[in-house]
Design a protein. Sequence first.
Lengths: 1011, 319
Amino acid sequence: MPQPAAPIAERLPGALQALFWPGEPVPSAGHLALWGVEDAALDGALAQLGFPGGHPGVLRTVLPRTRRARTRVAVAEVPARLVPVLPATGALVALPPAEDTPAWRRPSDTVLAWSLAAKLATELVAAGRLVPGLRVAGPRGVAAWRCAPGPDRRLEQLATMLPPAGHALVRDEDEESVWQPEDLLRSYLDAVADGCARGTGSRRPLASPLAGAWARALRSREPVFDLPAGGSTTAADLTAWAAPLIDAGRRGNGRVCLRLELPEDVALLESDGPDRPDPQGTGGTWRIAYLLQAADDPSLLVPAAEVWSHTAERLRAGERAFGEAQETLVRGLAGAARLFPPLASSLDEAAPTSLDLDAATAGEFLSASASLSAAGIGVLLPAELTAGGQRRLRARLRARASTPAPANERAGGLDADALASFTWEAALGDETIDADEFARIVALKQPLVRWRGQWVRVDPDEAATLATLVGDQRSADPAEVLAAALTGERSLEGLGRVEVVADGVLATVVTRLRDGAGLEPRLAGVKAELRPYQARGVGWLQTLAGLGLGGVLADDMGLGKTLQTISLLADRPADRPHLVVCPVSVVGNWERELARFAPALEVVRHHGPERPTEVDGFPPGAVVVTSYGLLRLDAELLTEADWDVVVLDEAQQVKNHLTQVAKAARRLSATVRIALTGTPVENRLAELWSILDLTTPGLLGPFTRFRREYAAPIERWQDPDATRRLRLLTGPFVLRRTKSDPTIAPDLPEKTELTVTCALTREQATLYQAAVDEVFATDLGEGIERRGRILKLLTELKQICNHPAQYLGERGPLPGRSGKLARTLELLTEVVEAGDRALIFTQYRRMGELLAAHLAETLEVPDVPFLHGGVSRAGREAMVDAFQHDDAASPLLLVSLKAGGTGLNLTRATHVLHFDRWWNPAVEDQATDRVYRIGQRRAVLVHKLVTAGTLEERIARMIDDKRALADAVLGEGEAWLTELDDDALRELVTLRAGDADDPDPLATDLVGVHA
Amino acid sequence: MSARTRFGLTWWGQRWIDALESLGAVYANRLPRGRTYARKGTVQDLTIQAGTVTARVQGSRARPYRVQLQLPAFDDGTWEAITTALASRVRLSADLLDATMPEDIDDVLAECGVSLFPTARELTTRCSCPDVANPCKHVAAVHYVLAQTFDADPFLLPTLRGRDRDALLAGLRAQRAGTDLAERTVESTADPIRVDALVARDLYGAAGSLADIEVRPHPPDDPGAVLRRLGPPPGLEAASDELQAAVRDAAAVAWELLDSDTDPVVGALRKHGATSARQLAELLAEPIETIRTELHRLRREGLVRVTGRGPATRYHLSG
């Protein structure tokens, strides 16, 4: 007697799982069952993955027998939500593929597998792969649709991968068995087919009562009907009728393929003279060859003659075997003859291998080829005669753009005032056909015409459309024309994709954009040694700016986006001001770097209470630095100015195209807009659209169209054609290099240390001032007492710089109170979004605990572990192991500087963040070394956070100045600070509005940081 | 295209009955009695083998009567001639594979001097009933059921004459190839999976990389073509146009599922579940009035529903 299984709740997997639960009487009555967490948590788990609400149910499936069972399972009834098949399918197809989601946000494998099944089902139904059927149930008939998966093996492949929990639905017939994966998948595919076909119909009466009742039952929500006499025989006939489609996948893995071949003797007939179009007459013999084609590898073709000569049921070709090869060919030809009747004559032969036909019939075959393909019959056409081919009389758009006179100073550039237009023309090959020639060709009314010695396809319908279009010209938005010229095509209602060629200035612009970073950079005025990839980046920026176009520089954090941008600004004509918009936390950084790398540029801070309020405050040639918060507040002033270059730093701030910030940014008037971001923007298409819409408005068209044509097909099923077109379109405007890029890595040092300057909030500044005032209000005393008071003060000030909540011993709230925390979140967001890992060091256990909870919640990552002195040895090992090896674990790890000491190997991190400073470089270095000492091949970025205007900044400078001496002089701890006299101490701790290159430490507020 | 009779049989099923009726007046008179009998479902365990049909018919006694029909199978020489004739035109094989008896089958076989259907003195029948008349009503009933069985699978007629589907197809292949028969492989069908065959630690993991399976949907081009390739549904030809329309509509519905638009507010609700307007405003960094207007529109379109009231108001995606 087996022992009773442990309670259900303990054995649930804890993540949402999916399986299909078939229903009666028709497939679409089935539901997607979602389960895996406790009943109370189910609705939330459904909503998180975008599933519409389902009704509660109990699912009979299997669970591990006990909480820890590795082998034994037991049947269990688990709480579930049941979602009807169509809404469930809608949610499943919207899930991105697994590899596009970080491991910790990834849905379970059963959900991903069913998402794939949903995409497959909708692909098949959208291609018309569904057949009607009739089931007899006593005196009544049940009309239902089934899905015909086709001869490829994807369904079978998916069935072998489906996790057991994805099909472990206990069968009604037998308690001790579950559904077989392929059966369950087929039944789901049928459900999608049945669901899509129902509720769409008209109700025309039909001549035959049985046909009428059946057709109505197939299209309505009421599938059951009274069966007229003879119905049961018909049901059997229908099953046999549909069998070739339903069983295609089970029987064989090949399909018939028809290959159109050009007349061989065409070369002999060149005597007509080059320019005379010639109707078929003398034009040789066309041929359709019959082949067997592998369904999953269209390039594998077996000629019919070879198929007929093999008697075995399975035909071997290379490494592949076709089941029922001859039968596939026989049936395929008969089916093809229904769609293209001239093939019927081959059916009277014993072993037909091809059909000879004249040019007119070959033309008809070309017209029928779309329907043949749609019916699952392979069609191979000579390349030049395909729908996209060159030897085809086709409509083409000629794109032109010209800059208005007088020519502007950016020779060859485009701007919003450029005149741009599309002109329709007829084309053959690369050539434009003039009106006379066109008229002569069309007048022949032949589908295949010989012209200049070659066969040319003239689709009669297309030719008629073409005749109405040729010569038509209309002006268009320059960005639209540029987009069409870059992709070489344009999507038009009713005409599909139309080829586009560029002319004149536009053609030059396209060539220059495609060559991209090839331009030699001009680096005058830049006081820095640029690494080779940085110089290439500057060349690219200058090319774009020279054309009056914007772009996105999306290099990894630490590759020097700021320096490359400053190099661009340094070389611009000084006729108008430039604007840099950035988060408030990096305003000071921009000012410092501008002063350091391009000292000749005037810098105007548009930040703090003293900021300019008139356009006159922005002199030509100056770089104005402002924050996103002020862009929103002072939108009126900033949009009034006429900018040359506008730089949008950390452009992920404006990624949601609806935000106020984005609206204000879009209204800025500028020659060139450059966006900087460190997130992998090319993989997040909504984000890419928003940012490019700011830098290069109109290029990607309206968002809804972009989503339909690019984002959905690429994100949901990696559509290769959409990917290719998007690359053509956006490639010239987006430059992204990663640290691991083989062309970049050799240029990078293995460790880069960055001092990250943060601002104080008003609350922090008040607390800081009060703490300093209190200490100096009385005498500091002598000896141990003095040292104690100084250490206490230093600790308090460091805590205030970290976060008021740490200093005040509060649990929260945390947001908006610490400039350092805000900057940390910005940095770590970028790290997490880029799929990197980071270690965060702090000296304070209390701060670490506050951070751990806050980071996990704000950045939406799994629980961030905190490795400190109180963690057991086993606990530490588990944390290190998870960080190093577990993709689903948090990409962040908090470490107390005092913990662990040696023996930690955390080489998976590529970022180290010192949240607070240990005023001893040796200790910091030792911590940093954990990341890059052993096995580290990637460059490591070390961010040291320092609060501007406070003791943190001044101590940091002292350490940097004396770095060489540091180890010797400073010893082990921070005791050296307690030896300072009163004046030196006061000098050290006094809160200052700052040295020339400091941002305002009393930043008014952190507006913009959380926008 | 198959012609229909008032019995709802295919032409070849009807042809079977006709052939019997033409055997003589006794058959013609007695057969119809079996029809009613057959409709009552009294015929069981019908099996068709080379040369023999057996069945059991439930009569007035408790124990069913055993019925046996015998029709000579063709000899190998005849079959070779038939196979040669059938292989001369792929249309004949295509029809058979599509579960239709070629309309000119009689002509084809006449060339070989035979017919699939019974001719005089070929057919012998036996029944274990006490009725001395032959054919008795049990035999007649079996004939009707047999005709119906042939309707569904035209390969059963050649089976009765000595070549089942696989043998006939193999013969046809050999004819086209001009060589001897080769061995065939058999595919098995999968059984349900036993619960005790499942292993706890493997329950939730995919066996392989799902990314290996490519899905490439494209907007419906000519979705009706798949169905047209099959030809009109037998016996329901009148529904053809309606089916074409249904398939086109279904394809459009499926494409809409793939192509549905995503609204930022809908996206946020999808991601965060039940949310208040204020939370949405923070998440999307939009003024709360904009969010409220948007939510109002989405509610009107039925995409969003509301629970709670006052400060507890929450918005959800509707089902």
